[in-house]
Design a protein around this ligand. Structure first.
Ligand code: IPE
Ligand code: IPE
Ligand code: MG
Length: 232
């Protein structure tokens, strides 16, 4: 395979539809979807992809029925705990994107510990977007920027470099390839700033069924693209 994207971002969509297609409750889809994240982490690591970012829970997903939100949070809590071993085994540095202040305290603690304990692993940089919304991220960035300007912490011109240093994705290169599973062709408030020149790949395959072979197809499609960045 030629031309491997450095950073792959994935909108994990279709857990509910996948479960329904099997005559199972939506939450079963979330369980199997969470399992699949592990599979794809390993696959990325094997393929030499350096950065993987997954959209796990959006700022809008709180509007779902209470029992579904509770079930997803329970799964995420469990997933974050198993992530320590996954990170160690796969040399993964883990970061959470999004506003974690709305999460329960024990989850916030696990996240901070996970980020701290894995910060020196350099094989795969793995970002989980959790209570993430791109508009929220940009607003939070602007608010801290204004506060730092008022306190004199930053002076001089506010250019792109300064602005991106206030985003949750600070220090992470923009995605080269964005994958969305399950047929929908929209960003749903994911990485709006960062995806300015990202290549998009949409597939009808639901997230729990998106395996290494499907990832290879997406990467192959990426390899055939001609990125021009506004040039000729
Ligand atoms: C993605 O699957 C998981 C989350 C958004 C949390 P969905 O739950 O959106 O599944 P569909 O799109 O309803 O099938
Ligand atoms: C996007 O999926 C959010 C995540 C995958 C976390 P949704 O299922 O929430 O998006 P819409 O509602 O179809 O746009
Ligand atoms: Mg969905």
């Amino acid at each position: 395979m030629n031309k491997i994207p450095e950073h792959v971002a994935i909108i994990l969509d279709g857990n509910g539809r996948w479960a329904r297609s099997k005559g199972m409750p939506r939450n079963y889809g979330h369980t199997m979807g969470a399992k699949n994240v592990e599979t794809i982490c390993r696959a990325c690591h094997n393929m030499g992809i350096r950065y993987l970012t997954v959209y796990a829970f959006s700022t809008e997903n709180w509007t779902r029925p209470d029992d579904e939100v509770k079930a997803i949070m329970k799964l995420l809590r469990h997933y974050l705990k198993t992530c320590f071993t996954l990170a160690r085994d796969n040399d993964m540095c883990v970061k959470v994107l999004g506003d974690i202040s709305r999460l329960d305290e024990d989850m916030r603690e696990t996240i901070l510990r996970l980020e701290e304990e894995t910060k020196d692993y350099g094989g795969l940089h793995f970002q989980i977007a959790l209570n993430y919304g791109s508009r929220d991220e940009m607003l939070r960035a602007v608010r801290s920027l204004v506060a730092d300007r008022e306190s004199g912490k930053i002076t001089g011109e506010i250019d792109e470099q300064v602005f991106v240093s206030y985003l949750d994705t600070k220090g992470i290169p923009d995605p080269d390839l964005l994958i969305r599973t399950s047929g929908e062709q929209r960003l749903s408030n994911f990485l709006l700033w960062q995806c300015a020149y990202t290549e998009f790949y949409f597939t009808d395959v639901h997230w729990p069924a998106f395996d290494e072979k499907e990832l290879e197809k997406a990467v192959k499609s990426y390899g055939e693209r001609n990125r021009r960045y506004g040039g000729i």
